[in-house]
Ligand binder design. Sequence first.
Ligand SMILES: O=C(O)CCC(=O)C(=O)O
Ligand SMILES: [Fe+2]
Length: 321
Amino acid sequence: SENTGGSDIPVVDLSKSKYEVAQNIRNVAKDFGFFYLINHNISQVLLSKVFNQSMSFFNLSELQKLSVKQRDGYFGYTPFEEEVLDKERQYNRGDTKEGYYVRGPFANKERRPLQWETLWIDEKIIPEFKATTLEYYYRLKQLSLRLTSLIALSLNLEENFFDNKFQNPLDVLRLLHYTSEPSNISSGIFGAGQHTDYGMFTILAVLDHVSGLQIYPPRLNRWIDVPRLENAFIVNLGDQLQRWTNDYYHSTLHRVVIANTSVQRYSVAFFWEPDFECLVSCVPTICNEQELPKYEPVMHGEHLLFKFSQGHTQLDLKTEL
Ligand SMILES: O=C(O)CCC(=O)C(=O)O
Ligand SMILES: [Fe+2]
């Protein structure tokens, strides 16, 4: 049985040998699609700086935040209830959270679909914001590359199997802030509606002990809590990894349910997304004469645009296609 760090969720320990880690990932990817990641070498000092910057940003006036509001061609601020992750259940109101998407610039200069620049908050307003969030963004990029080669190993692929799929990755960091309004499942009020993530995987950091994240692992058929684990990231596998593995690895449904609490919830998610042009199809160590692909190949950018337009209905993404 897996080490579960005191909750139902397994732990993957990056201080072990890469073969042990790969085996570990393989064991948890199918039944959970979620794991805690420990010994990831990202300092708690940097993490608390990121959360401090996040709080400074979300504490600004609505007017200041709206000055960097997300618009076509740019990443930025998404106001409360702007996003609706689960239209079916959230029939009445969007997610009770606000967010801020940030990422570094792309190496290739010409404007490409979804290679959006970030609208940065003025450094006169929050001096350290850009430097701190970008430092964290680049650290998580490195960590994601490492995790990507471990996932390749876990699938009996060459460690560099995915490298050519992440030449201009569409990765993005998102700061999130939830109001203290309690969720109400029957009224369709959620911190974040149920969804799966769109890319290869997501690395999530949660501030303090404000829980609320719940997942629906395939084998359990019920929602379980994912409490915060000290010094650990929460990693969840996304749609494209499920597709690459012909459903062997699972992109697990999750949601945020805010309990009645006086403490507000802050989290930071790093979404690890392949290149726009990356064609995602079943990997050769899984699909063969016996096992046929369940899915047509899909271009990652098209999947991402589709999902993005479903959640952010106020954005006009026509020019991206
Ligand atoms: O804030 C969280 O804990 C989860 C957020 C999430 O699932 C997402 O933004 O995709
Ligand atoms: Fe998510």
